[in-house]
Design a protein around this ligand. Structure first.
Ligand code: FMN
Length: 163
């Protein structure tokens, strides 16, 4: 609950490499995520090279902070699979919470050029990039973003029934 309550999207990072053990722990959290029928069809590409992170910026709607993150992770999906998008989202969310526990900030990246980024990362034809993540040491402490109240989100027993 601590990680869930205190995680924020981080868009300003200190330039620092993530110790290998911490990065391994974070991706391990993604590996352990559940998936439909336990098929685990997704892949992730981890980019840490400084030059390559710079080159990602124009492919991701010029989101400049991407070049300052320690690692950029692209979530690759097989759209022929029934639970594509769902499985990778679960794995990525596991990753955000594990990152928090290691003092790392994350930001989901959904704004990118699907075709150009896939080509840049060498993603085979037929596979797609669903969503990406930045990972790094926070250099900001953003305010909490509000969420809708529970009675707008949850119904009880039947659609529309509020408590
Ligand atoms: C699927 C998805 C795509 C997103 N894409 C971007 C993005 O491209 N750039 C960005 O700065 N934030 C992006 N975000 C972050 C959201 O704006 C952020 O999670 C939301 O405003 C709530 O703020 P919080 O994460 O600090 O609680 C994305 C979030 C999700 C879940």
């Amino acid at each position: 609950m601590n990680a869930i309550k205190n995680r924020r999207s981080i868009r300003k990072y200190k330039k620092r490499r993530i110790p290998e053990n911490d990065l391994k722990a974070v991706i391990e959290a993604a590996r352990l995520a559940p998936s439909g029928a336990n098929r685990q069809f997704w892949k992730m590409i981890v980019v840490q090279d400084e030059e390559r992170k710079k080159e990602l910026v124009p492919l991701c709607n010029n989101q400049k902070f991407i070049e300052d993150c320690s690692a950029f992770i692209a979530g690759i999906d097989d759209p022929s699979q029934k639970w594509y998008r769902v499985d990778i989202a679960i794995a990525m969310d596991h990753l955000t919470l594990a990152a928090y526990s290691k003092g790392l900030g994350t930001c989901w990246i959904g704004a990118f050029d699907r075709e150009k980024l896939a080509e840049y990362l060498g993603v085979p034809k037929g596979q797609v990039i669903t969503v990406c993540m930045t990972l790094g040491y926070p250099d900001e402490a953003p305010e909490t973003r509000t969420r809708k109240p529970a009675d707008e989100l949850f119904y009880w027993e039947r659609y529309g029934v509020k408590q």
